[in-house]
Write a new protein. Structure first.
Length: 495
């Protein structure tokens, strides 16, 4: 009798809990933007093609409009689609939606550093990182000189391939990696250095894994999937190894730092740590310094390197575009002077090609997830604090009004009828607002200078007929990952 009583009490208790949780769910979902009906536990995963989530979001926007809701596992997600909605969220509601949605694959970095920080320390670390990046970007050993120096090393290394086929992933990737390594750690790596190859492999593998279907599931259902075997374990290990590297660098720096004369970003972060050493709640702990460095190292290498690699593949498919670039470089820069930023003003075609590469490859289609920092009324909907907010970037970059035939690679998207560079406010591959990419200026400078330097010295040669080159990404998720390929670079005759 007593056992029956306990069982009934337990049942009543569980049913009450279930009803309370359902009630809470209904209450918090009340007045959310429209969206497809969610199933229990999995929510709207059946509405998504995990091989191409950004494409599924575009399709859902056709059905539900520019602001819609999805339930992905435990997460309530509001998606913004199109110029007006995305800009409104990023610029008009810049504080309300400036949180960072959780990315469980980077749980070790959560609430530290800049990118994955959704805590009160983010504002401070971001502001400080921006100011030191700015300081190291200006002046005599500024970013332009830094990139120009690396461009010379890159050209030298490309010459060593002697016209033979090679995989550009690590060779080309080494240039942006060295530029950011110089800013962060006051060092550059030899192009054959084992450590830099290991680090770049980790960055590259992470970017790919993050874009696979399994990680789309994991990042939303990590509560269920955490203990299962799968590629998320590899990713978690890689992320940890990268942080281990930056932690070691920070410790090494600590041995020799002179706070009155910082050598690099690491020293500046350590100086902040030193200032706070008697504080009860310091922002700059060794952990936080290591994650801040890891953020900038990973984000500063993989993004620019992938853009360059994708860009070269595109140019091989369109030799007539490459030809026009050679012509412009020869006319403005000539054969031997190293390209400079001032050349951009006289090189509208190169400027347009670099923009079109970034638009077309759509590197981070769905942006990084944001989060509502407080309950917010947006276009008549109530978006509760903690809701993940996705201001999609591909919906701007592939807008067919702004960029007619968006699926085609056309530098003319950024040129006016007189052949001058044409600005577009829809060009937002770095996002906008409070979370806008910290490395935008650096990345744009690198893309222009490094691509100009490569084409100044070499013709690109594909191993297959240019018309047979397939530009379809090999994975689309967090990022758009270019297909693997090899190419030859042939020194330009007479130069
Ligand atoms: C082609 C190159 C790059 C692209 C397309 C790119 C794109 C992006 C995007 C879309 C975001 C998310 C913005 C948001 O949440 O709204 C971001 C954030 C970030 N990027 Fe970049 N990025 C590039 C290069 C770089 C470089 C060179 C650095 C090096 C310093 C960098 C550092 C960061 C950091 C630290 C954040 C986090 C900002 C925050 O959460 O407050 N990125 N980037």
């Amino acid at each position: 009798m007593a056992a029956l009583g306990i069982t009934v009490a337990l049942l009543v208790w569980m049913v009450s809990l279930l009803l309370i949780s359902l009630w809470k769910q209904i209450l918090s979902s009340w007045n959310l933007p429209p969206g497809p009906f969610p199933l229990p536990i999995v929510g709207n995963f059946f509405n998504l093609d995990l091989k191409n989530v950004p494409k599924s979001l575009n399709k859902l926007a056709e059905r539900f409009g520019p602001v819609f809701t999805l339930h992905l596992g435990f997460r309530r997600v509001v998606v913004l689609h199109g110029y007006k909605a995305v800009k409104e969220v990023l610029l008009k509601y810049k504080n309300e939606f400036s949180g960072r949605g959780e990315i469980p694959a980077f749980q070790e970095y959560a609430n530290k550093g800049v990118i994955f920080n959704n805590s009160h320390t983010w504002r401070d670390v971001r502001r400080f990182s921006l100011s030191i990046l700015r300081d190291y970007g200006m002046g005599k050993q500024g970013n332009e000189e830094r990139i120009q120096r690396e461009a010379r090393f890159l050209v030298e290394e490309l010459r060593k391939t002697q016209g033979q086929p090679f995989d550009p992933t690590f060779l080309i990737g080494c240039a942006p990696c060295n530029v950011i390594a110089d800013i962060l750690f006051n060092r550059r790596f030899d192009y054959n250095d084992k450590t830099v190859h290991r680090l770049m492999r980790l960055f590259n593998e992470d970017f790919y894994l993050l874009s696979t279907p399994w990680l789309q599931l994991y990042n939303n259902l990590s509560g269920y999937l955490r203990f299962l075997p799968g590629s998320h374990r590899k990713l978690l290990k890689n992320v940890s190894e990268i942080k281990q590297y930056t932690l070691e660098k920070a410790k090494e720096h600590l041995q020799s730092v002179d706070f009155s004369c910082p050598r690099d970003v690491t020293d500046c972060l350590l100086a902040e740590m030193e200032k706070e050493k008697h504080s009860k709640e310091p922002v700059y702990t060794m952990e936080n310094v290591a994650v801040t460095l890891a953020d900038m190292f990973f984000a500063g290498t993989e993004t620019t390197s992938t853009t360059l690699r994708y860009g070269l593949l595109i140019l091989m498919k369109y030799p007539e575009i490459e030809e026009k670039l050679h012509e412009e470089i020869d006319r403005v820069i000539g054969p031997s002077r190293v390209p400079a930023i001032k050349d951009r003003l006289e090189m509208p075609y190169m400027d347009a090609v670099v923009h079109e590469i970034q638009r077309f490859i759509n590197l981070v289609p769905s942006n990084l997830p944001h989060e509502a920092t407080r309950d917010t009324m947006f276009r008549g909907y109530r978006i509760p604090k903690g809701t993940v907010v996705i201001p999609t970037l591909d919906s701007l970059l592939y807008d067919s009004q702004e960029f007619p035939e968006p699926d085609k690679f056309k530098p003319e998207h950024f040129l006016n009828e007189n052949g001058k560079f044409k600005y577009s406010d829809y060009f937002k591959p770095f996002s906008a607002g409070k979370r806008v990419c910290v490395g935008e200026g650096l990345a744009r400078m690198e893309l222009f200078l490094l691509l100009s330097a490569i084409l100044q010295h070499f013709n690109l040669k594909s191993l297959v007929d240019p018309t047979a080159i397939d530009l379809t990404p090999m994975a689309v998720g967090f990022g758009s990952v270019p297909p693997h390929y090899k190419l030859c670079v042939i020194p330009r005759s007479g130069l």
